[in-house]
Ligand binder design. Structure first.
Ligand SMILES: Cc1ncc(COP(=O)(O)O)c(C=O)c1O
Ligand SMILES: C[C@@H](O)[C@H](N)C(=O)O
Length: 371
């Protein structure tokens, strides 16, 4: 019987803390569509200040934050956005920019570190002389940190150079900043400096910051005014949203400082997993809270490994038949991380047939020692 759960599926799985629940219960609220919810206004003011932008807008999800941002920048029919072929916007958002927004995606290969080569970005920009046949490039999107590239961080120098390229061609720059605070902490660069070159950023409150719901878009006042209207069009205008924003304000106060610990836990776990025969982790490349574990042992698949781990309370997501993903967050302790590593070690040192009884033995000893 599992008495301990170590949930490493994602940093989206965190549960609101007692402080967040208390703040939600006592939140001052009003109608946010009418722009009267005081707690939403407080969060938006706070986030605009932190991110160094003129204004901010609370939205229900990161997907909607990216969708609204792209659609505002590309509001003219026939627009095209340049984005990474391994980016969240391109892969995990149901193609919303095209299916809902009519914006044409033009992908550029993501390098392993989450960047796109500047010369390839520039080559992807449509030549205005071909406007009779070409879509019109209006936007470049970056993702920082980059989820599918293992949480790698885009440097401020690289971001500034993409910003300069965008300006040179009269384009806008949007950053999918679902984990921008992870990048800021890992790089040691203040978050407002890291996104200085961007015209808009979508910041997830519900990832490493640990809020139960929501994201915030930041940008110019004119941009946010358009974003607010589009949010309503998409059904994202909510009424007493201060209940959610109150939790987000607690998350900002309490959890940014914990991100470094998440990264340390990720590094510890990655180093340990990489020492296990049959597993391969590029532990030297771990910068934030995401770990991809490649399985080199053909006797076990990603699905099988995640199933065995799940039977003992460790939740991970299989990425493919030979890869699993592990994501650290503030509700995973160093002890949880050590326990997780031990379980992997037990699985990999024994054949699968007798691992279950070993696990039970190990599990009860672990509980005894740690109770
Ligand atoms: C990099 C990135 N961008 C955007 C999103 C979308 O956020 P949400 O799940 O809140 O729609 C995610 C998902 O968690 C993400 O990992
Ligand atoms: C799966 C993906 O959409 C989500 N953003 C995550 O990282 O868990």
């Amino acid at each position: 019987m599992v008495t301990r759960t170590v949930d490493l599926r994602s940093d989206t799985v965190t549960k609101p803390t007692e402080a967040m629940r208390a703040a939600m219960a006592s939140a001052e609220v009003d109608d946010d569509v009418l722009k009267y919810d005081p707690t939403a206004l407080r969060l938006e003011t706070e986030m605009a200040k932190i991110m160094g932008k003129e204004a901010a807008l609370f939205v229900p999800s990161g997907t909607m934050g990216n969708l609204i941002s792209v659609l505002v920048h590309c509001e003219i029919r026939g627009s095209e956005v340049i984005l990474g072929d391994n980016s969240h916007i391109h892969i995990y958002e149901n193609g919303g920019i095209a299916t809902i927004g009519g914006v044409h995606p033009r992908t550029v290969r993501n390098n392993g570190d989450g960047t796109m080569d500047l010369d390839l970005i520039e080559a992807a920009i449509r030549d205005p002389r071909g406007e009779i046949v070409f879509p019109t490039t209006r936007l470049i999107c970056l993702e920082n940190s980059h989820a599918n590239c293992g949480g790698r961080c885009l440097s401020v120098e690289y971001t500034d150079r993409v910003g300069d390229l965008a300006k040179k061609h009269g384009l806008k720059l949007h950053i999918d900043g679902a984990r921008i605070f992870n990048a800021s902490v890992a790089l040691g660069v203040p978050v407002d400096r890291l996104v200085q070159a961007a015209d808009s950023v979508s910041v997830c409150l519900s990832k490493g910051l640990g809020a139960p719901v929501g994201s915030v878009i930041v940008g110019s006042r004119a941009f946010i005014n358009k974003a607010r209207r589009l949010r309503k069009t998409l059904g994202g205008g909510m009424r007493q949203v201060g209940i959610l924003c109150a939790a987000a304000l607690v998350a900002i106060q309490e959890n940014i400082v914990k991100l470094e610990g998440d990264h340390e836990n990720a590094k510890f776990l990655a180093d340990g997993l990489n020492k296990i025969k049959g597993l391969q982790v590029e532990s030297h490349l771990i910068e934030t809270n995401i770990i991809f574990v490649d399985i080199k042992d053909s006797t076990i698949t990603g699905e099988k490994l995640s199933k065995i781990l799940e039977e003992h309370g460790i939740l991970v997501l299989p990425e493919s038949s030979s890869r699993i993903r592990i994501v650290l967050h503030h509700q995973i302790s160093a002890t949880d991380t050590q326990y997780t590593l031990s379980c992997f070690q037990v699985i990999k040192t024994k054949t699968l047939t007798n691992v279950v009884c070993l696990f039970k033995l190990y599990f009860s000893i672990f509980e005894l020692v740690h109770s």
